[in-house]
Write a protein that binds this ligand. Structure first.
Ligand code: GDP
Length: 459
């Protein structure tokens, strides 16, 4: 089976100093050679070397001055021949370069196809391939670090160790099935149980690491912003108070802000309280606006709080304007002491114009807080955001790790209770399979499809 040669622009769209067009497949070098004019043919260049020259289109007119990196199989990202053309940035040049390669016999790469090939050619396992997507999507240093460790194979290695242990236990048991007269004695069983206990607790550690990592690092970032004393902290507490799973909280990236990782109807969310701005002097209010802006830049969804009992809403309107295009839900708070109508009127043009949602509630009494939670979950699930996809690698791993652990615990229980060896072995086989689906040794084409389609083109 000979693969197509694929090509895509691998750098982000928009203006930039340089852009990279990447090719992968058996004809990569030949195709670029046909367009490249330099001192030396690319086909004559050493692997992993960079050549300077000019790139022409099929008709022979020069597109740009370029640097071409030739990397030959198998020691490349995809495991195939890879050529990277660095050209000048901007939308036009890179597009022309891409078009020239397509006219010369490349096919446009599908989303995630480079990484998919890397996986199919055993350059990385599935957990590592998913880490690539997370690394690129990471919004915090910690998120990037975690994804990088996963890319380097940290998770894969731990899973590999647990798997090896289970497989050993399994093979001892299977020997008994084949030679039933060889019944294991009490001491042996005790020993097997201990090994399974170790596996189970290793997995428990991995599960809790992954759970808080997924929530805190890839959860949807939702800063709660608004003027001082509108009830931001109260609202955060009200939302958190109704969440069963509070994973963890930590000091935020800005001084005086708090980040709370919670589960909102199945969606990992990081609520950010831009706290510490209690008094309403003008200076502090300005500082509040500045900090809110920082948070807004990182936000997936902004919850903007307005105090229904306020005298006037000019300041609120001002902040709301600064949000620009950010997805935003406007919350009118304190409806227990004031009618929301005045605030609604003051904000209505801004809210309606940008298709923002507007909800009314009382953080103090809890009225309407559940509605806000469902609203957040509905928005996160609507496809308006791609974070469901980003978080789903974490979720996929969690589901697999949990189900593996369940299998091990069932097996251990069966052993303790003197159950059939066949039953124990069955549970352990299931546990191994669950682990294999994290690393991709046992996933079907549909799962691969759904994982790689979340990548963008060029990855
Ligand atoms: P922040 O500065 O925006 O974080 O506001 P806080 O959460 O600290 O709340 C400021 C004040 O408003 C406090 O005295 C809260 O008790 C009060 N408050 C917050 N939410 C409500 C509400 O829904 N109803 C009423 N009556 N008071 C509220």
């Amino acid at each position: 089976l000979v693969a197509d040669t694929i090509a895509a622009i691998s750098t982000a769209p928009g203006r930039g100093a340089i852009a990279v067009v990447r090719l992968s497949g058996p004809k990569s070098v030949e195709i670029v050679d046909g367009l490249f004019e330099g001192k030396e043919k690319l086909s004559a260049s050493r692997s992993h070397s960079v050549r300077h020259g000019r790139l022409k289109d099929r008709a022979g007119s020069v597109i740009d001055e370029v640097l071409v990196t030739v990397m030959r199989a198998p020691d490349t990202y995809t495991g195939e021949d890879v050529v990277e053309i660095s050209c000048h940035g901007g939308e036009v040049v890179s597009r022309l370069v891409l078009e020239a390669t397509l006219e010369s016999g490349c096919r446009l790469a599908e989303a995630g196809e480079f990484t998919k090939r890397a996986f199919l050619n055993d350059r990385m396992d599935l957990a590592q391939a998913e880490a690539v997507a997370e690394l690129v999507a990471a919004k915090t240093r910690r998120a990037a670090r975690q994804a990088f460790l996963r890319l380097e194979g940290a998770l894969s290695e731990q899973i590999h160790n647990v798997r090896a242990e289970i497989v050993e236990v399994l093979s001892e048991l299977e020997a008994r099935i084949d030679f039933p007269e060889d019944v294991p004695d009490k001491l042996e069983i005790r020993f097997l149980i201990e090994r399974l206990e170790r596996c189970s607790s290793s997995l428990a550690g991995l599960v809790s690491d992954s759970a808080s990592a997924a929530l805190l690092e890839v959860g949807a970032r939702i800063p709660i912003i608004g003027r001082p004393n509108v009830g931001k902290s109260s609202l955060l507490n009200a939302i958190v108070g109704r969440s069963r799973a509070i994973v963890t909280s930590k000091p935020g990236t800005t001084r005086d802000s708090i980040e709370q990782g919670i589960d909102v109807e199945g969606f990992p969310v990081v609520l950010v309280d831009t706290a510490g701005l209690r008094s309403a002097t003008e200076e502090i209010e300005e500082e509040g606006v500045r900090r809110s802006r920082e948070q807004v830049k990182l936000a997936d969804l902004v919850v903007f709080v307005v105090d229904a009992s306020g005298d006037e809403f000019g300041g609120d309107v001002g902040i709301l304007r600064t949000l620009g295009e950010r997805p935003c839900t406007v919350v009118i708070n304190k409806i227990d002491i004031a009618d929301a109508a005045r605030a609604r009127r003051a904000l209505s043009s801004l809210v309606a114009a940008d298709g923002r949602a507007l909800l009314e509630l009382s953080a103090k009494e809890g009225t309407g807080v559940d509605k806000l939670r469902s609203h957040i979950a509905a928005r996160l699930g609507s496809g308006e955001f791609d974070l469901r996809d980003v978080a789903s690698a974490g979720k996929r791993h969690l589901d697999c790790l949990r189900s593996s652990r369940e299998g091990i615990d069932e097996a251990r229980l069966a052993l303790e209770e003197g159950g059939f060896v066949e039953l124990v072995a069955f549970e352990l086989r299931e546990a191994v399979e669950a682990l294999d689906s994290v690393t991709g040794q046992r996933v079907g084409p549909d799962i691969l499809e759904s994982i790689f389609s979340r990548f963008c083109v060029g990855k």
